[in-house]
Design a protein around this ligand. Sequence first.
Ligand code: ADP
Length: 231
Amino acid sequence: MGEMAAGIAHELNQPLAAIANYASAAGRLAALQARGSTDTDGELPLALTQIGEQALRAGEIIRTLRALAQNRQTQREFVDVNELVEEVLRFARSDLRLNEVQIITEFGVGLPLALLDRIQIQQVLLNLLRNAIEALAVKPRERRVVQIRTSCDDTQRLLIEVTDDGPGASEDLVTRMFDPFFTTKETGTGLGLAISRTIVRAHRGEIYHRAVSTGGASFVVELPGPSGSGE
Ligand code: ADP
């Protein structure tokens, strides 16, 4: 987390430095205008718009951090992952409805409980769901589907798979998507998958992308079963 904090500080510095620069330029332009010169190129509104956009970007980075790396003690408890998925779907209900995304669930039967921090893993799943919803934005409304599947392997590790049939990810994208601050979205922070990986690994689990034949993207969250670690 320390390494990531340094990266985050650096990333936050950029919009803040840009805000300072644009603000000082705006100040200069405003002073010139006060003295009667005309802003023919519309530079002042441009600087002000930039200030607004950069502030939003800084806010977005902070919001993502707050949601994912909540400042609280981790609390491990035994959790039914099917229940956990149901909870996450309830949280995401309005987002799903708004974007007309249909959910298909396939819940494993008789799964062991997982020892995990409920809130942290909810955030990981919510982030996957949000990414899926965003990926599906390019598809016609009637064909936006996300599949969520739970299962366990023969070592009692729990698997939660979130699969969308959006445009998917190229090989190059797959190798970089978990890097902190890597994003292909105009307003993305590129922190979601990186922080999710930190969280899941702190649970002695793993999160990875898996190619799917239908061309969409699929993410698997693997978590230790009731022994908590597989030790
Ligand atoms: P952000 O959503 O802010 O970009 P993430 O770390 O969650 O940050 O995602 C990093 C990048 O991984 C995204 O910008 C996108 O290019 C890619 N990605 C994530 N989820 C999907 C998905 N379901 N389909 C296609 N690409 C994805």
